[in-house]
Design a protein. Sequence first.
Length: 409
Amino acid sequence: MKAEIIPVGTEILLGNIVDTNSSFLANQLPALGIDLYFISTAGDNLKRLVETLKRAWGRADIIITTGGLGPTQDDITRDAIGELVNEDLEVDDKLWRELQDLLRRFTGEIPQSNMRQATVIPSARVIPNRMGTAPGWWVEKDSHIVIALPGPSEEMKMMWQEGVLPELEKRATGEVILSRTIKTFRLAEARVDELVADVSRLSNPTLGTYINPDGVHLRITAKATNKAEAQRLISQSEEQIRNVLSPYIWGVDDDTLASVIGDLLTARNLSLATMESCTQGLLCSTLAGSRDSCPYFKGGLLACCNEARVACGVDASIMEHSGQESVDTALAMAGAVRRNLNTDVGMGVTGNLNIAENSGEAFIGLSCDRFEHTFAHKLRGNLSRMKQRIVYAALFDLRRVLLEEVQCT
């Protein structure tokens, strides 16, 4: 089966809101063996929405819309689906009574415009909405399925789980589509593509590469008649990829560099503290925001000037001799924060960021009783991108050191 998702709303086209519904649904379909080839966003214009629905009708078995089920005049999804299947909307008296009871309990008033949410077409089966006033639709006609879901994400997800997913599972073809994402750092996308060329040529599983702020990701997607076979196909390709990219692979699927660092520190019973300057607190925020970070991440110090660094324990003579932005200063920052916060590992991050030229350099220092390491990195991009890149580079450096230094207590 082939599906198309149609998010509805001019606010999406204008960039006022981010369409997270489509990414959620796109992630749900593969496990059902349903291929998704198109996501087509339509604004609040009846003619254009009907045209979008007709185009989807011609190339998909299942059409899933999100949004446009509210009570206002610009909520046109019901009207568009009615026009698509050539059926007229009528008020469902039972649905309208239930909606009135709901409005009376929660708002104390019953606007007549809400009656629009109680209109249906003859072929529509209503999908209940426990969290809001907009019921969904399940429409079957001429070997097609049209599913209309509300725009608010929590309502949409609840309705999907309770009213749509069980029905689609009954109709599953027996095929499954599974994916696995392998995450790399420090290699350009073109170089990654060259190294995995043999895997890229396969038709099943397929391999896609794409750039993220934390490196180049490779997504392996396999289709099979059962889950075990799909996993076998993915494992074969993953083994090939690891054979050529192993030094650069830092995680898979939902891993983040911060969570990977946390797992390594926890496994080695180590604690970490940071001192940073040019990243302006982003490193500390990234580590502290990872799941269950309190046991291993003791905190971070923000020291953007020499006076602050000296106050935090950095020897002023090191900055005078080597420069305030240097690997020696980064290492001194790492040692100072390790002493101040009494941790096993200290990390210092500093650098020069030339905003006018969109370039810079970063210096990383790592300090522990058993080792000291420094790293330097060249940077390109705007200020936000460079700061983010420094954080990921620092975490990747720390990961590599933790893996190499089996025991550093």
